[in-house]
Ligand binder design. Structure first.
Ligand SMILES: Nc1ncnc2c1ncn2[C@@H]1O[C@H](COP(=O)(O)OP(=O)(O)OP(=O)(O)O)[C@@H](O)[C@H]1O
Ligand SMILES: [Mg+2]
Length: 560
């Protein structure tokens, strides 16, 4: 036997990297519980007892009392409660992103697919193993994270409209719908209801609007000479309001908005994948390039959620969620939102949990989230809050009120004293009751806590199995024949006989997915619109006609 070193199994996840590191000078030894802190240890144990769950759980970290970490006192959240939604809040630089990174890793390891909105690009680090250092080693000790080892996770990168580093994520205009589009365009309520009418008109005719230009064409048609009669039937759309909407649409187009709307449309079921190793795939939506377009990206994320809601079956209570969605910079979603929009968010959040989807809103201040939504977020991770201004102080007081009563901490003080990567936590226990309030030191992520090398990211994107499906924008210049072929006439409708079969099914990805509903079910209103020759000539140059009515869900997004 030679002394040849045995081949080290690469990246053995069981290898505890941290303890092997020599004690670095700057790493303060974990504060041994000082004498006389028996009360501290007892309090920590008592809190931790509220987090001793029978089933699988995700680890946040361990209890801190009077500045001392108690590694035996673990703070966790049941995996089965991750669809009861959550809030991760805190001032800038306090550890929100690292908290969601750590949760994402554990969800993936448990086989749960995750969606993260990567606003700053730093979440791309999930795809590469992290590196230990003295601080990480100390944190592992404090948080009883003996298994800490650098670990990479399976990440799929997406980018809205392909703008940025990721697989292109697009929606058709029809699918997006009037409520979300109004939010992007910043329409007032009169304009919003006018836009609703325009979509209603197109929906009745089964007219799938693919991109911004199609929508613009419909409005132009309606306010033009040919569309006068149809417009009169619709009622309520003034040409001056239509003019404003048109201008806004053109503005959006000029800013490159056309890249986000069109085909191939993203199928949200692609967010629900697990890898061959059983780990959940993390879909990281790369938004760093869109930081100056917050309305666009926050609304687009909402479209993903609304579409998921309509696509997924009811599952009731689950052992583990089907998907967890981390909505970073969530205040952007609520800024300037109309009542209709807020109601739709509230309802989606309420109903989506029975489909096994958990949503975590991540934002600086809990007051960024409307009460109706906040009330539904069962799991709370509050990082440090600052109280510089009277508004800050009011927000702090409000945050305190959302926590169960505690004798262990003065919450108003604790929330200001929390260190980086520490948080005040309460979650739902397996029985659905809130757990005791805990000041916790959070575990360190095992993947890289930084942006990965752009070249490595590009490589991953190029190699993605989704690339063939979404990589290429459908060329609409040559779409005319396809559109003509898809022009499915309703029974008894006169006019040119296109070669399309009467069934709406089509191999093309264009337009809404076939529902299998026979064309004869369509309401006569559809026939009326379709029969008008003005409409026919318009539709042929504008978009795809399915010959059946398009139905919309809670959010005004299309139901497939
Ligand atoms: N759980 C943790 N483990 C190790 N380090 C952490 C942890 N949480 C925070 N840190 C440290 O604090 C820094 C800031 O954390 P993070 O980026 O998560 O803040 P943030 O609240 O998301 O800030 P912003 O609002 O600016 O996005 C990290 O770069 C890291 O060095
Ligand atoms: Mg952050």
């Amino acid at each position: 036997m030679t002394d040849q070193p045995a081949p080290v199994p690469p990246a053995d996840p069981g290898a505890p990297a941290a303890p092997a590191a020599p004690a670095a000078p700057e790493a303060k030894a974990a504060k041994a519980a000082p004498s006389g802190s028996k009360t501290g240890a007892a309090a920590a144990d008592k809190i931790a007892a509220g987090y001793a769950f029978a089933g699988e759980a995700l680890e946040f970290g361990t209890v801190i009392i009077d500045g001392t970490a108690y590694p035996e006192a673990r703070i966790r959240v049941p995996l089965s409660m991750m669809n009861r939604h959550g809030l991760i809040a805190g001032a800038t630089g306090t550890g929100k992103t690292k908290t969601l990174q750590g949760l994402t890793e554990q969800l993936s390891a448990a086989g749960v697919p995750v969606v993260v909105a990567d606003i700053k690009g730093d979440l791309s680090g999930l795809a590469q193993p992290g590196a230990s250092n003295a601080k990480i080693a100390q944190r592992s000790t404090d948080t009883a994270d003996t298994g800490w080892a650098p670990t990479a996770f399976p990440v799929e990168f997406f980018a809205l409209g392909g703008v940025g580093s990721g697989i292109a994520l697009r929606a058709t205009m029809t699918s997006f719908g009037p409520t979300l589009l109004s939010k992007i365009l910043g329409l007032n309520s009169t304009q919003e209801s006018s836009l609703n009418l325009v979509f209603h008109y197109a929906d009745q005719a089964g007219l799938a609007l693919l991109d911004l230009k199609d929508l613009r064409a419909v409005i132009q048609f309606l306010v033009g000479d040919e569309g006068k009669a149809d417009l009169a039937q619709l009622g309520g759309l003034s040409s001056s309001t239509a003019g404003v909407i048109l201008r806004d649409l053109i503005g959006l187009e000029d800013q490159g908005g056309d890249q986000f709307f069109g085909e191939p449309e993203f199928e949200t079921s692609d967010l629900l994948r697990t890898g061959s190793d059983g780990r959940g795939i993390v879909s990281s939506i790369e938004l760093a390039n869109l930081q100056d377009r917050p309305q666009l990206f926050s609304t687009f994320l909402m479209w993903l959620l609304a579409d998921l809601f309509h696509e997924l079956p009811e599952v009731g209570d689950v052992d583990k969620p089907k998907l967890v969605f981390f909505f970073d910079e969530a205040h952007l979603l609520f800024d300037g939102a109309s009542k209709a929009f807020l109601d739709a968010v509230t309802q989606t959040v309420r109903l989506i949990r029975s489909k096994g989807v958990g949503i975590f809103f991540v934002t600086q201040n809990p007051t960024d989230v409307p009460d109706a939504v906040l009330g539904q977020l069962g799991n709370r991770v509050q990082h440090a809050l600052r109280a510089f201004t009277p508004d800050d102080a009011a927000a702090l007081a409000k945050a305190v009120k959302t926590y169960p009563k505690t004798k262990d901490y003065d919450l108003a003080e604790a929330l200001q004293q929390l260190g980086t990567g520490e948080a005040v936590i309460t979650v739902l226990s397996e029985s659905g009751a809130p757990t005791p309030v805990a000041w916790a030191r959070m575990r360190a992520p095992r993947s890289l806590m930084a942006q990965i090398d752009p070249a490595a990211q590009q490589q991953a994107i190029a190699a993605s199995p989704l690339q063939p499906k979404y990589g290429q924008l459908v060329d609409r210049d040559s779409a005319y024949e396809k559109l003509t072929a898809r022009l499915a006439p309703p029974p008894a409708a006169g006019g040119p006989a296109p070669p399309a079969p009467s069934s709406p099914s089509s191999p093309s990805a264009a337009g809404p997915k076939p529902s299998g509903k026979p064309a004869k079910d369509q309401p006569s209103a559809v026939e009326t619109v379709l029969r008008s020759s003005a409409f026919k000539s318009f539709a042929r140059s504008a978009a795809t006609v399915l010959g059946r009515e398009i139905t919309r869900g809670i959010f005004g997004t299309r139901r497939r």
